[in-house]
Design a protein around this ligand. Sequence first.
Ligand SMILES: Nc1ncnc2c1ncn2[C@@H]1O[C@H](COP(=O)(O)OP(=O)(O)OP(=O)(O)O)[C@@H](O)[C@H]1O
Length: 585
Amino acid sequence: MTRALPVASARKTARASMGLLLRDPWRLAAATLLLAAGAAAGLLVPWLLGSLVDAVIAGRDALELALRCAALLGSGAVAAGLEWGGGVLLVGCLQRALARLREDVFAAALSIDLGRVEEAGSGDIVARVTGDVEAVTDAVSGVLPRFLQAGFTIVLTAVGLTSVDPWLALGALLAVPIQVWITVRFLRRSRPIYTRLRREEALRGQVIIDSVAGADTVRAHRLQQDRLGRIAEASLRAVETQRDAARARNRFVGGLNLAEFVGLGAVLAIGFVRAGAGALSIGGVTAGALFFHRLFGPIGGLLGSIDDLQRALAGLERLVGVQQLAGGGVGAGGGSLPGRSVRPIEDATIRIESASYRYPGARADALSGVSLVIPAGSTLALVGASGSGKSTLGRLIAGIGGPGSGTVRVGGAPAETASLPGRGGSAARPAVLLVTQESHLFGGTVADNLRLADPGADDGQLAAALRRVGRDPGTLPDGLGTVPEPDHLLLQQIALARVLLADPAVVVLDEATAHAGPDGVLEDALREVGRGRTSIVIAHRLTQALDADRVAVLEGGALVECAPPSELLDRSDGHFARLWRAWSG
Ligand SMILES: Nc1ncnc2c1ncn2[C@@H]1O[C@H](COP(=O)(O)OP(=O)(O)OP(=O)(O)O)[C@@H](O)[C@H]1O
């Protein structure tokens, strides 16, 4: 069973969004002012057009008509200019807020406990940092300026319509109850649909990611049909929800058209009666109808945008949820890792006391009641049958999630927060590094991949680190500037050289030499990497264990033996001795 990442409440989301917007208060205020002025200038257009109609009917001379036309064009141009300026300022303001949101969310996503991400399934976090960020970006940059503009236009135009004739305004009001009813019904129905849609899209992503990541297993067990079936099922659910959302949207738009029809019909009918009674000129009725039309464009746009806003809101709630989980808030990060607490370590001793861990949904503990002290600077080999809990213990020491019960401390600090001071004024860095056989090669050159561990390192330092793990950069086609091919040996050498550059106090090497390369090149590299720091080697080959200061044997999640290797080999009926005999044939 997966446990989805949290979704923030509407109030927390609103507070977070305001926090983002108000980081640029002056620009925001200037944009608002320009938009309001633009809406006010635009008000003159229907009024001048109405008076032009009356002037034509009254047979005024050509000069006066020309002057009125010029005033009409002028006010239109001024209104457009002001609204354009306000819109540009506002979009700039929103784009900056969005860039901050993106940075904060990515930083928060990176700092979430990996165990929690696994529990939720990586599809959820991927969907949030891609689809949800996109939905919010689209809505905020397109819809919000339209929303603000429409708001001003509606208020000022309603004032204009009332000033032409209050009876016309009363007729226009007939549209309001229909709009309110339609909108409330849409909001109530569509919100849960959009939240469901985002969740189903995340699940669909998860099924696809799982199937692609486990392609070898799927092929080996001939599970292709089963996986395709699951993908089809997840996709169908997402498509059906999309169809529900489209249906709700169509009903909403139809309802808005009905409201416009009723309102305009009422304005024209009342105008007909009032003009007939001589209470209003034909120009006045024209201006009134134009005011109503002007009113309805933005109202329709505003209510129509609710659809996008709903989708964005559902996305925003999920993004703020990510940030809460990481311990930060929107705007808290400013691009750095938010909320991740750090604790400097006193030394590189590891103390594990009664540590137990159970994977979410598992029936049994992967580790139970493990107690162990690993002195600073020593090497411990972790051995045991497959599934005995070696990797789980390695992950806990590396601070990837905390134990369910008991403690895992590095230099006196909980492993999850154990840190070393930053270099060259940068933020604190982790005290423990975990290297697995699944190291990742990022795009770019060998130098780019190495500098991830120490951005300040010069080429000489990078080359020296590579040499220490058995690779002379001179043998690469373009030296450090080579764009590496996916070669397992080079990849592991880069991963190990990164450890040398990052220089952590503790290193956990989880089967990092599974692809040992010719002449045990990686085993030498491993010894080099462990020198001068506490190292935990999850041994793939038992010969590796012989090099360690001590060997810890795990069985079914429990620690059953821990002593120097020579001592363990002497215990002929001991666990390690038995494993050794079985392994060496
Ligand atoms: N993500 C997970 N979810 C559920 N159970 C898991 C998960 N990872 C490991 N386990 C289970 O926890 C137990 C310990 O696994 P772990 O990977 O720590 O063992 P290991 O000794 O490192 O095995 P191996 O040598 O095969 O890597 C096993 O029973 C395994 O099936």
